[in-house]
Design a protein around this ligand. Structure first.
Ligand code: FAD
Ligand code: NAD
Length: 476
């Protein structure tokens, strides 16, 4: 093979693309990975949305702000006097930036150590098996490859007439960069980003109003979890207004005025800053040359089969660019599966067992079917619920809010869904994902020894509760 010929060329080095590249290289395929993301100092920054402006920076700020709030509100519960504490937002941001820099640098090092050719530039699929790259200095490089994996990710959806200006109106990327907490913050959209970033800036001192178009919060979550979440967030001071449709945003002297329609009629909300967090759309701008024979569908997605292969043989697409949830771990699993499919002809990703996590406090996590979905499809099920208030560890650490709910088939006892709201739900959901991937029954979980005292014992008790034999709560 010549220098510009590869077994696989990947466009995009987010958690889909860079993971696919590493797995391809592990399997002995000569691999190139192209990414256009650069820092303000023009350094290549692989890792995609996830590492640069998504999962990682948001979790860094969620952790810092949560520690601040815990110290303010709960240190005294433990007999710790922390009067006079203050927060230094620029320092918090500098820590976050270092975490991002270390991790994106880590991806560069991983690609290099796996002998993946990393190219910083913009890639276009010009033809089946040919990718043209515009390098950062403006020069071109043409690559040839039997397989091309498209992994160009997604971008925030904008609302007509509400333009992000990064002064008063921001998208999620801008909202991760605030150097101080605005006095008043409006957010359009009470989805995952609205709740996570709303939590960050509320904890750091902003008065936060979230305007949500739908009539219920988190409609894809289990309704019982969504109700508990609304209760907890409202108690914390997040002002979540449901059934509110934003019509117009106008600049004001101190920020902007948001005009919206609620059940009580036309309303106005004046805020210093506004975040637009109404979802993301697949990103394929400049990805597909006119001759390549592939076009995104009406929703901007690349249509793929269950192996992630597009209508063009040898052209694959993964992650946020294709159907399924827009989550980093889903993108990575697809990246691994495509690499294995190319190298061995065997692969598998089960989209039914992709976990969701919302990193608020308490955290929300789930995998599988919700109770409303089971009811809608007339499945006969047992529900086992265990509240953290009955867990010894939760009492000891002061994290008694929330519960775990396990839904199991009434006939076979197979686990159909697991729903958590509580501290460390993000960690505990992995046990449920493993159990469901192994097609386990609730009885399997009930017969699995869980270490004491752990929050995970609530999973064990919820499994017992599905058979009305929980030990640490009354069974009804
Ligand atoms: P991306 O990560 O978007 O990567 C695509 C890459 O392709 C980018 O680097 C882009 O520069 C590059 N690219 C695009 N076009 C070209 C081209 N033509 N040539 C070269 N390069 C190109 N998910 C979770 O699972 N957990 C979380 O906690 C979480 N938190 C999030 C928080 C926020 C604020 C946001 C915005 C998202 C969050 N997500 C989270 C979603 C997650 O970031 C995405 O699902 C994930 O990054 C998708 O991975 P991907 O590889 O498909 O695309
Ligand atoms: P989302 O789809 O989670 O939520 C968007 C919300 O905005 C919805 O509730 C929707 O009803 C509402 N909305 C839409 N248009 C509106 C309007 N005109 N007025 C008022 N409300 C409106 O989208 P998001 O929060 O922007 O996040 C995008 C995606 O990024 C998520 O779906 C997820 O895939 C990913 N993400 C994941 C995590 C995580 O895993 N923890 C965190 C952040 C983002």
């Amino acid at each position: 093979m010549t220098e510009n010929e590869f077994d696989v060329v990947i466009i995009g080095a987010g958690p889909g693309g860079y993971v696919a590249a590493i797995r391809c290289a592990q399997l002995g395929l000569k691999t190139a990975c192209i990414d256009r993301w650069v820092t303000s100092s023009s350094t290549a920054s692989p890792g995609g949305t996830c590492l640069n402006v998504g999962c990682i920076p948001s979790k860094a700020l969620l952790e810092s702000s949560e520690r601040y709030e815990q110290m303010q509100l709960h240190a005294s519960d433990h007999g710790i006097d922390v009067t006079g504490i203050s927060v230094d937002v620029p320092k918090m941001q500098a820590r976050k930036a270092k975490v991002v820099k270390d991790l994106t640098g880590g991806v560069t090092a991983l690609l290099k150590s796996n002998k993946v050719t990393f190219i910083s530039g913009h890639g276009v699929l010009t033809n089946q098996g040919r990718v043209d790259v515009t390098l950062s200095d403006g020069s071109m490089q043409n690559l040839y490859s039997a397989h091309v994996i498209l992994a160009s990710g997604s971008t925030p959806i904008s609302l007509p007439g509400i333009e992000v200006n990064n002064e008063t109106i921001f998208d999620s990327s801008g909202a991760l960069e605030f150097q101080n907490a605005p006095k008043t913050l409006g957010i359009i959209g009470a989805g995952v980003i609205g709740l996570e970033l709303g939590s960050v800036w509320r904890r750091l001192g902003s008065s936060v109003v979230i305007l949500e178009a739908q009539e219920s919060l988190l409609p894809t979550a289990d309704p019982m979890i969504a109700r508990e979440a609304k209760k907890q967030f409202t108690k914390q001071g997040l002002d979540i207004r449901l059934n509110c449709k934003v019509n117009k945003v106008q600049s004001s002297q101190t920020g902007c005025v948001v005009e919206y329609q609620s059940s009580e009629g036309q309303q106005k909300l004046e805020v210093e800053r506004l975040i637009v967090a109404v979802g993301r759309r697949p990103y394929s701008n400049g990805l597909l040359g006119p001759e390549c024979g592939l076009k995104p569908n009406d929703r901007g997605l690349i249509d793929v089969d269950d192996k992630c292969e597009s209508a063009l043989p040898g052209v694959w697409a993964i992650g946020d660019l294709v159907r399924g949830p827009m989550l980093a771990h889903k993108a990575s699993e697809e990246g691994i599966a495509v690499a294995e499919q190319i190298a061995t002809g065997i692969s598998h990703v089960d989209l039914n067992v992709i976990p969701w996590v919302i990193y608020t406090h308490p955290e929300i996590a789930w995998v599988g079917a919700t109770e409303s979905e089971l009811k809608a499809s007339s499945v006969d099920y047992n529900a086992g619920i265990f509240p953290f208030s009955a867990s010894g560890r939760a009492q000891a650490v002061g994290a008694t809010a929330g519960f775990i709910k396990i839904l199991a088939d009434n006939k076979t006892d197979r686990i159909l869904g697991v729903h958590l709201i509580g501290k460390q739900a993000s960690e505990m959901v992995n046990e449920a994902v493993f159990a469901m991937s192994m097609e386990a029954t609730a009885e399997d979980l009930a017969r699995t020894v869980h270490a004491h005292p752990t929050l995970g014992e609530a999973m064990h008790e919820a499994a017992l509760a599905s058979d009305r034999r929980a030990i640490h709560k009354a069974n009804r």
